[in-house]
Design a protein. Structure first.
Lengths: 614, 311, 317
């Protein structure tokens, strides 16, 4: 019997620009005790769906039916829904930082919930909360009960959120991107904890995530959403091994984890559609590699296959596996010329303060690193390990406390300001956040032209010509020269950032998490661009990331950083196959990839439901 | 995850969008029209004076005062009545509008310029520069400003320039604080780092990268400082510390009305300049509010839902 | 935390020091001979010299300042030029009126401003929000003295014309023996004084509340199944009001300015009225005394606010 069943659920959200059709005609059912995954990129409607069910989106217009414990949630009065929230359906949110109230102790935030639903004495509620906090792995739970959220680390806060969601032992828990804001090793712990708790308590879990690797390792059933539609639904194993829908196949093909290192990725072209409009045919058709002529004009039927997969698509057979046919592209070996050499780079913050001289916080503890022309060096580590700080030291944004950095054989410390200024053009940065890296008030032409302006190089028509050449190089339409950054999508903005970095033909480009803010299908496009530019222009890259699959894919050598030090440095494949340092081993163990693809044996089409013409 | 990437941007110029948002609210249109009318009224003061044949400071003891020496109510000759000395309220109101608008706009603009400069320097350079400037702003803000203004006036005597100086001195901090906060967050943005890594100097970064991003708070807060300055000036004049009589100003006219509680028997003496003052400041406040909502739509209720959706 | 508060106290002392220098040197460089102001126009040259020695005016300026500062710290603010009374005593006599006005004004402003802000933020875009926003705009725009004069006309003069004493014309009556009379005389001044600041607070509360209600932890509170009342009045209010507490200190100066005007309009014989008269009379010791007292009042209020903030926000502790 289904714990929760959604039938033809649609969610519309009115905004200033028009009505956003966030969720369209989605149906699914959860079996007791299972872990049900909802996957999708941003804007797919996966979070809206669950929040709308629980009445957490006051402005949304929700239609359809959601059956839970014999009642239609959508027809309940606010008070009835309120008594279900928390006690019958628990929720865990993405960002444990902002999801706990900063002014109340974590304990009181949990007991408050117990008191809201049950009549219990205060000490009893406290004991229950402490017990559960201990069970989710909070040490000294009795003492920590009275701590405030800011006194916990991110991972610990997420444990508190889990304890909160489980304290009333609800039959259903919805976890909305529960690990996205966390480091990879903490991520693994939180997922393991969730898995363990649900098995222990028999809780049904809905896990919403953009991380397919994560779902493939723990989910029983998976629903893949795109632009508010349910593209595919089915048991986890066949869905990941041989997806029936071209979108799922495209997503898997976009992930570098599914390739030989160095291979060209096969991205999903284009970008997600506007949710303001309703296309006549399939929403995915404009980006679909297997699209048929009828896909753009007729709404797709629901195909039901013998192994349990359901796909909203005109295709009757499996979509082409694009990734399988790609071989690694040979890359020229790195030259012997050293571009950057860092020796014993140290950085200490707050050193020599008035009250305790010498006791500063050491961010970088002696980094030695060398980059050769034409290579890509990966710098991997968790947040706070100092990798971004090191990048800024190399780019001259933060002065180091001690150590030596030589660029193209010249010691940066020995340069006079004039030569230093000239040297700036040799190291360029590409930033993580495609929204913060471009000045929102300046036109794209001016942004890409900045390097020329600052160094007084090309001006006027010549600069415009240069800018347009760069835009073409990174795959942007040169005619969009006069637009503002807000008129571009995340992936396009990252291209603008790359064009700006390329402008002065630098010796080194530092990429600081260049794709971690992008959806996986867009990620692949940017990674491909970076690689082809490197091949064509003989560029040297320092690539900083927390995502091991991405790093492995693009890097020749990898340096692993922990607490301000490089603990291991080796060729990419060597490091992956035979990690030496225990921290590298932990990192590798914590990252999960989707299982290998194999053709669906014996899958047959058992039913087809063509939508009635509306 | 950032959802805006998924929602294609509607191609519409920001200026057009702003005007569209402004035009949707009748209160804003009314406020704008009122401001324009007050400006025209102030500019045509000499012309009004010529048309009525009354000067702003002359006392019309024959026609402008009753037999008991009381001011006369609005009539055909004195459209807005006369004051306790038999002067024409209409003409004085028009000349007073010049004072109010000049002081209001001038003081707000000068204070805004000082605030922007100090705020940018403090926010951009940080460190001890910021500490010193922020403390200075705190200091100015924790001073009993009207008392200090009293002290200044008692020493230097009341004058228009002193009024403006006092208003500027005690109001630039509002802008300074806002700009400092904005610059501090902008300075950490990656696009500023990008310019720095390209070798751009502090001036280039402040003017080309940061200043354009401050246009919204600058426009909004300058607009909102105008009514504050107008009221400040009127208050000083009311306490006899602003414009020197017999030159007309709205605050001074109200002070005259308050003297001997004359306004209780001649209500127009408080109603006319009082409402002029109220509606002028109200119009500027409505405009400021409207500009803020139109330029910076974050606080708008409909968008809240879109934000929730993005998560 | 102790260090933070000590820093705030030190800064308060700095403010007072700066203020004392400002007023002292302002009057020192000012034109006019203080001795003549004390003695009047008919004084002889010998009398003037005698007065200068008595007042210490013949000593170097920094000595005069230090002796002035030393006396001021012990509460000795000198004597009025006008009637030779001690300034401290003159101010002290006026304090009850001003304190009654200011304290009551704060209470009215908080009691009116915050609920209106909340009401407005609870129904964004709705009728109540529009009413709240209207109140905010009118309150912000209404010059205190215009409002005072209009209230007197409406609530004192017009009823009295028809033979009914709704409110008195003004004046201050002591709290004892009859608090009702005291309050009756102060209701109009309180509301007049509080309106502008109430509007400022309604706007701040509204903005803060709107922001807070969009926060993730409010969504968490709803997801926990708490009643909407609890979500708004417990979780929302706590996060709304705590940052407002810091604002409170800064607005005391605004309130003092308002008090001067109100005392003028309603004929309350308070410290502000004393200062305005002193300006007219060029009675400098009184002006200096009132400015310093105003500064002290603001500094103390700010320190109280700082302590409250430390207690309210666990992250500063």
């Amino acid at each position: 019997m289904a714990v929760l069943e959604a039938r033809h659920l649609s969610v519309d959200i009115p905004t200033e620009d028009g009505v956003i059709h966030a969720v369209r005609d989605v149906s699914f059912a959860l079996e007791a005790g299972e872990l049900f995954g909802i996957a999708g990129e941003s804007g797919s409607g996966k979070s809206v769906l669950t929040q709308a069910i629980l009445g957490l989106l006051p402005n949304a217009i929700v239609s359809g039916e959601v059956l839970f414990e014999g009642r239609n949630l959508l027809g309940l009065k606010p008070a009835e829904l309120q008594s279900i929230r928390g006690s019958r359906i628990g929720m865990i949110f993405q960002d444990p930082m902002s999801s706990l109230h900063p002014y109340y102790t974590v304990g009181s935030q949990i007991t408050e919930m117990i008191h809201a639903h049950e009549k219990v004495e205060k000490p009893v509620a406290r004991r229950r909360a402490v017990d559960l906090l201990a069970r989710v792995g909070i040490a000294e739970a009795d003492r920590r009960f009275d701590s405030f959220p800011h006194q916990f680390s991110g991972g610990m806060r997420q444990r508190v959120m889990i304890a909160m969601a489980l304290v009333l032992n609800p039959p259903l828990v919805i976890a909305d991107e529960p690990t996205t804001a966390l480091d990879v090793t903490v991520q693994a712990q939180i997922v393991a904890l969730l898995d363990e708790m649900r098995r222990e308590l028999g809780t049904t879990v809905v896990m919403i995530t953009h991380d397919l690797g994560l779902l493939s390792s723990i989910a029983d059933h998976v629903m893949v959403m795109y632009a508010g539609r349910r593209m595919e639904l089915g048991p986890s194993a066949p869905l990941f091994a041989a997806p029936a829908h071209p979108y799922t196949a495209g997503l898997l093909a976009s992930s570098p984890a599914n390739y030989e290192a160095g291979a060209e990725l096969v991205p999903i072209p284009g970008r997600p559609p506007s949710l303001l409009e309703t296309p006549a045919g399939c929403v995915f058709a404009p980006r679909c590699a297997s699209a048929l002529p009828r896909c753009t004009s007729e709404a797709p039927p629901l195909r039901v296959f013998s192994d349990g997969l359901q796909s909203l698509c005109w295709l009757e057979g499996p979509p082409a596996d694009a990734a399988a046919s790609v071989a690694a592209v040979a890359k020229a070996p790195a030259a012997d010329e050293t571009v950057v050499k860092a020796e014993g780079v140290r950085l200490t913050y707050g050193a020599g303060s008035l009250f305790n001289p010498g006791a500063g916080f050491e961010v970088l503890k002696g980094i030695d690193l060398e980059l050769r022309r034409g290579e890509t060096l990966g710098l991997v580590g968790e947040s706070g390990c100092g990798k971004s700080t090191f990048a800024r030291v190399l780019a001259g944004l933060i002065p180091m406390t001690s150590g030596k950095v030589a660029l193209l054989g010249r010691d940066l410390g020995s340069l006079d300001p004039r030569a230093w200024q000239a040297m700036r053009r040799e190291v360029q940065l590409v930033f993580q956040n495609p929204f913060g890296a471009l000045n929102p008030r300046r036109r794209v032409g001016a942004i890409i032209g900045d390097p020329f302006r600052i160094h007084g190089l090309a001006a006027g028509a010549e600069r415009k010509r240069e800018v347009q050449r760069l835009m073409e190089l990174v795959g942007l339409n040169p005619e969009h020269y006069n637009r503002f950054p807000s008129e571009f999508s995340g992936g396009q903005r990252q291209r603008i950032g790359i064009a700006r970095a390329l402008a002065l033909n630098p010796a080194l480009i530092i990429y600081d998490e260049p794709v971690s803010a992008l959806d996986v299908s867009i990620q692949a496009q940017v990674l491909n661009l970076m690689r082809s530019l490197q091949r064509d222009l003989d560029l040297t890259y320092l690539f900083i990331s927390h995502d091991l699959a991405v790093v492995r894919h693009v890097c020749d050598r990898i340096a692993v950083m922990q607490a301000g030090q490089i603990v291991e440095l080796a060729d990419a494949e060597t490091l992956y196959r035979t990690p030496q340092h225990p921290y590298t081993q932990t990192l590798l163990a914590a990252s999960v990839a989707t299982p290998p693809r194999h053709p669906a044996a014996g899958r047959t089409l058992v039913a087809s439901h063509v939508p009635e013409a509306a | 995850m950032t959802a805006p990437a998924a929602i294609p941007v509607v191609q519409r110029g920001s200026l057009a969008l702003t005007l569209r948002r402004l035009g949707r609210d009748p209160a804003i249109i009314a406020a704008l029209v009122f401001i324009v009318l007050v400006v025209i009224f102030a500019l045509s003061a000499p012309w009004i004076s010529a048309l009525t044949g009354h000067s702003a400071i002359e006392q019309y003891r024959d026609t402008g005062l009753s037999e008991m020496g009381l001011p006369v109510a609005p009539n055909a000759e004195f459209l807005f009545g006369t004051d306790h000395l038999g002067r024409d309220v209409l003409v004085r109101l028009a000349y007073g509008a010049q004072v109010s608008l000049t002081v209001g706009v001038l003081a707000a603009v000068v204070a805004a310029l000082i605030g922007i400069t100090v705020g940018m320097v403090a926010g951009y350079f940080g460190g001890w520069v910021d500490t010193v400037l922020s403390r200075a702003m705190d200091l100015v803000m924790s001073v009993p400003f009207l008392l200090c203004a009293l002290a200044l006036v008692s020493v230097f005597g009341p004058s228009l320039s002193l009024s403006i100086g006092v208003i500027v001195f005690f109001s630039w901090t509002t802008m300074g604080r806002v700009i400092r906060g904005q610059v501090m967050s902008l300075r950490r943005q990656e696009f500023v780092e990008a310019s720095r890594s390209l070798g751009a100097g502090p001036l280039s970064i402040m003017f080309i990268d940061i200043l354009p991003n401050l246009s919204v708070p600058i426009i909004v807060y300058t607009t909102m400082m105008i009514p504050g300055s107008i009221v400040f000036e009127a208050t000083l004049s009311f306490l006899g510390m602003g414009i020197v009589p017999p030159a007309p100003s709205w605050g001074g006219m109200l002070a005259d009305a308050a003297g001997n509680s004359l306004y209780l028997v001649a209500a127009w003496l408080v109603l006319i300049p009082g409402l002029a003052l109220l509606f002028t400041t109200l119009a500027f406040n409505i405009l400021g509010d409207g500009l803020r909502d139109a330029l910076d739509p974050r606080g708008r209720p409909v968008r809240k839902a879109a934000k929730g959706k993005a998560r | 935390m102790i260090r933070y508060l000590l820093g705030r106290v030190a800064f308060g002392a700095l403010i007072l020091l700066t203020l004392s220098m400002f007023v002292f040197f302002l009057f020192f460089v000012a034109p006019g001979d203080p001795a003549r102001m004390v003695a009047g126009d008919k004084a002889t040259e010998t009398q003037l010299i005698q007065i200068r020695t008595n007042l210490g005016l013949d000593r170097p300026i920094h000595e005069q300042y230090l002796s002035f500062l030393g006396k001021a710290v012990t509460g000795d603010l000198g004597f009025s030029y006008r009637n030779q009374q001690p300034v401290a005593k003159l101010i002290f006599n006026r304090l009850p009126a001003t304190l009654s006005l200011v304290v009551g004004g704060v209470l009215v402003w908080l009691a009116v401003g915050i609920p209106i802000g909340i009401m407005s933020a609870r129904h964004p875009g709705g009728v109540r929000d529009r009413l709240g926003q209207g109140f905010i705009l009118i309150g912000l725009s209404f010059p205190t003295f215009v409002l005072g004069m209009m209230s007197l006309y409406l609530f004192y003069f017009l009823p009295r014309q028809s033979g009914f004493m709704l409110f008195p014309a003004g004046g201050f009556k002591p709290f004892l023996p009859n608090p009702a009379i005291w309050a009756w005389h102060l209701i109009l001044p309180w509301t007049t004084l509080a309106l502008t600041t109430a509007a400022v607070y309604a706007r701040l509360t509204r903005g803060q509340m709107l922001e807070v209600m969009g926060e993730d932890y409010i969504r968490t509170a709803r997801a926990k199944g708490l009643s909407e009342r609890k979500v708004v009045w417990k979780h929302g209010m706590r996060a709304t009001l705590t940052p407002l507490a810091t604002q409170l200190g800064a607005d005391i100066a605004l309130l003092l300015g308002g008090a001067i005007v109100i005392e003028q309009v309603y004929g309350l014989q308070g410290v502000g009225a004393l200062a305005v008269q002193a300006v007219a009379n060029q009675d400098r010791p009184i002006i200096i005394g009132v400015v310093l007292l105003g500064g002290l009042f603001i500094v103390v209020a700010n320190i109280i606010v700082d302590i409250a903030y430390v207690l309210l926000d666990p992250r500063v502790r």
